[in-house]
Design a protein around this ligand. Sequence first.
Ligand code: FNR
Length: 369
Amino acid sequence: MGEITNVTEYQAIAKQRLPKMIYDYYASGAEDEWTLQENREAFARILFRPRILIDVSKIDMATTVLGFKISMPIMIAPSAMQKMAHPDGEYATARAASAANTIMTLSSWATSSVEEVASTGPGIRFFQLYVYKDRRVVEQLVRRAERAGFKAIALTVDTPRLGRREADIKNRFVLPPFLTLKNFEGLELGKMDEASDSGLASYVAGQIDRTLSWKDVKWLQTITTLPILVKGVITAEDTRLAVENGAAGIIVSNHGARQLDYVPATISALEEVVKAARGQLPVFLDGGVRRGTDVFKALALGAAGVFIGRPVVFSLAAAGEAGVRNVLQMLRDEFELTMALSGCTSLADITRNHVITEADKLGVMPSRL
Ligand code: FNR
């Protein structure tokens, strides 16, 4: 293996190492995968307006998320079933995140339980929640996450049904029988049956509550005092509803392009959400973040931080905890360099004027300068 110089290189290594069914599950998007490609391409269409002759000998990337101080605005998104990538799975991710002094979000569908992840040691962690039809299951799980020291709930709201991921259908994707969805072990919900299409799609159809609505966001607040991040908002309308319904923050996400195809790239939807949020809650972004320049672009367009998904599972597959550490370090280094070359010494220095978007190029640009 030659020297790895950027995050994207881990994908090819993961592809070589993993069984096809598992690699395809991690890599794929919904249907035509238009949004999957667009999540990257939309970043590439945003250009910089760097400032020069500013003393950048000291750069501070530290920030605060929901009151928790972290070393940089780069966090880990929930991605399911990480032990398929590496035997250490979520343990390795949790350790790498706390070594980097940043936040890990644990998936409901992790192959390690909330208690197991907590046992890896101190660290700021969020718990991603899928709402099951059986609300007793949800209540129990949220309480367990609270007791295990998780600091927020990331409520995924873009998955009343699973998106159509054709690779998973062709491969008859199913959780390998030696693994379980550990948070549901003992509840008879930890295993995934084989199906005539995607085993995960069948599991979701059987267990996940399609009736989920804003009143359930309120309900969640009656069973937990943890702050709730609504994950999967991409419009101004839903941003306003999130504010009205007591969300502590929003994650602009299209689920890594795995749900509804032909939604815009998250970086294209970000400004609409930021404007509608009017500073009333922090707005985060995930989807296609692969470079420090992407992190800078998201912050310039108003994000309070970003989360990464696939780079974690691909680097896990390639090198376990060391791989995830390296991904976080490379993104950190690239982001620091981007700040320096743009003339920014703290996150507060990063402004809308440091980037130029497609909309700007269409002629509306100079008004804001
Ligand atoms: C995900 N994502 C996800 N989201 C969620 O809320 N719960 C989950 O269990 C999962 N599982 C999952 C598995 C895999 C393999 C992927 C790739 C993604 C979505 C994830 O949190 C995030 O929104 C995207 O991954 C971000 O996009 P990138 O960074 O993968 O491009």
